[in-house]
Design a protein around this ligand. Structure first.
Ligand code: G3H
Length: 526
């Protein structure tokens, strides 16, 4: 710990023992899970460092959280779903102001818990704050649009977006703050009520926000529980009282959870799942630019991004040059501590280095070579990225989402090969295409846009900026997220209609003037 700059040292083990249910922060006195950091265990002699403990809450408390959320929603009759839009916005603004105060604490825990480097940890925090503020502004815009009557064929209608109900929100470990909040925040602001359980890694960093949630939102609107998904999420889903399952994670978990719901047609899904985003390098690509984009695209945060480039297709004619340049750059990457801001940092999952090594062994046993000198070098908490070539369909790394530092490369002479592979793949999130000749690019892009949901021209895949749609085809996603689309995904259009006659006109006029309804109104929040 002495080698850690003072600002980033953890002074003691964090005994986090609180949870938020029904507007009350309570203390958990049952079993606790140990939270380890892998940052300092770079050799077999060093064990992961115990940095904290966190509640392993019971299924009874999970049901308490569910009941609190259900009561606050009260089938749409609760105060929160019926509240004026500006009142909900006010709660969210209060929350974001309180959250900002926790920046340093959360950034430090992001580094310790998941090994994200300092710049990216700060970016994750700041991006989340921006996301909340942008969501507030977008919701105001949506509300403004809903503040006018339409009149068609003798029917007058006031159409707005309304909440869906009780939302179970489960986030991923690689963006434990940003991606989770990109689900939670729009769900809450729209008038839904929520139960949120953090992922396995990135748990302690949620604890500093419990008070902010408690002080900003009415009881039952946000319930935060800690522990195992199997223990907590299973009874919640089995109850049939969840209206929206929102999850960023693996499709296998999403399927298990959906299957537990007794009335599936009632269950809406907002899912961000795995991907195997390819880079396709055409023969006229600017190779220096391509190498730079493929490097950050495949290996920033050690490749632990759903948007990471997870397979690279390169044209036969430029394969050798690409492999030489790319593997040189990979070998120049440094592995360091998060506060040193290196691209490569220790892997937070203790089993990941072995998994990556297994993928490398499998590929090499089936004919692939490790092209870069340092590829596959092991320490206890890391496996240095191996550039593997030639990769073929029988290798695990061709199909599996590695979500870690290994880069499979396949060559092609006909661009329909990578396109056909993508068509056969279970995934369809994004792709990167590198090239200059519009005659070649045009038709490829026309196919790619139908195979994935974002085609990045001479650029790595990425989610941001958050105003752009983030979604996927096949097993990669259900529903669309962006500042605007997430507000749509967590809501439904609902409206009041009336035959256009004097009686109804008078009622509506009086309703608007007297402000007796929070729904039927034509004013809006500036
Ligand atoms: O893990 C998936 C994230 O949404 C990726 O976001 O492209 O901004 O790193 P990013």
């Amino acid at each position: 710990m002495n080698s850690v700059p003072k600002k980033f040292q953890l002074n003691s083990i964090i005994h986090h023992n609180e949870y938020l249910i029904n507007g009350k922060i309570s203390k958990w006195s049952g079993n606790k899970a140990n939270i380890y950091s892998t940052l300092l265990c770079d050799s077999d002699e060093k064990d992961p460092l115990l940095i904290g403990t966190s509640p392993e809450m019971s299924s009874e408390l999970a049901m308490e959280a569910l009941n609190a959320a259900s009561k606050a929603y009260d089938s749409g009759k609760g105060n929160w779903p019926r509240m004026k839009v500006y009142e909900r916005i006010h709660c969210m603004s209060t929350f974001v102001q309180k959250m900002i105060l926790k920046r340093d604490e959360i950034v430090k825990l992001l580094m310790w818990e998941i090994g994200k480097n300092l710049n990216d940890s700060e970016k994750e925090f700041d991006r989340t704050i921006d996301y909340i503020n942008d969501t507030i502004e977008e919701y105001k815009r949506i509300d403004r649009k809903g503040a006018t009557f339409q009149n068609k064929s003798g029917v007058r209608a006031l159409i707005r977006r309304g909440p869906l109900g009780v939302v179970l929100c489960l986030g991923p470990y690689n963006y434990p703050l940003n991606e989770t909040f990109a689900l939670l925040i729009p769900a809450i602001i729209l008038g839904n009520t929520t139960i949120f359980k953090p992922a396995k890694h990135g748990v302690l960093l949620i604890a500093p926000l419990l008070n902010a949630f408690k002080e900003s939102f009415p009881a039952g609107v946000v319930n935060i529980i800690f522990g195992r998904g199997r223990v907590l999420a299973t009874p919640i889903m089995e109850s049939g009282k969840i209206d929206v399952l929102s999850l960023i994670g693996h499709s296998s978990s999403a399927i298990v959870l959906q299957d537990l719901h007794p009335q599936k047609n009632r269950l809406r899904l907002v899912l961000g799942l795995e991907a195997k985003n390819p880079a396709i390098i055409l023969k006229d690509a600017d190779l220096d630019l391509t190498v730079k984009e493929c490097l950050s695209g495949s290996l920033s945060f050690n490749g632990q991004r759903c948007t990471a480039l997870k397979i690279i297709y390169v044209h036969e004619e430029v394969k050798d040059e690409f492999l030489t340049k790319f593997s040189k750059k990979v070998d120049e990457l440094e592995l360091g501590m998060p506060w040193e801001n290196t691209l490569l940092t220790p892997l937070p999952e203790p089993s990941k280095p072995q998994y990556i090594s297994d993928l490398i062994d499998d590929a090499t046993s089936l004919g692939a070579k490790i092209i870069n000198k340092k590829g596959g070098q092991r320490s206890k908490n890391f496996t240095f990225p191996a550039v593997l070539y030639p990769v073929s369909k029988k290798m695990r790394v061709f199909e599996e989402e590695q979500f870690g530092p290994v880069v499979p490369v396949v060559s092609f002479s006909d661009v329909s090969d990578p396109l056909n592979d993508m068509a056969d793949s279970n995934y369809g999130q994004q792709a990167s295409i590198f090239g200059k000749d519009v005659d070649a690019l045009g038709p490829v892009i026309d196919s790619l846009v139908n195979l994935v949901c974002r085609v990045n021209l001479n650029s790595a895949c990425q989610r941001g900026p958050d105003i752009f749609p983030f979604t996927g085809r096949k097993d990669s996603a259900v529903a669309t997220l962006s500042v605007h689309d997430a507000l749509r995904s967590f809501s439904i259009r609902t409206f009041v209609a009336s035959k256009d006659n004097e009686l109804n006109k008078n009622i509506l006029r009086e309703m608007i003037d007297s402000k007796k309804s929070n729904f039927i109104r034509t004013d809006y929040y500036l």
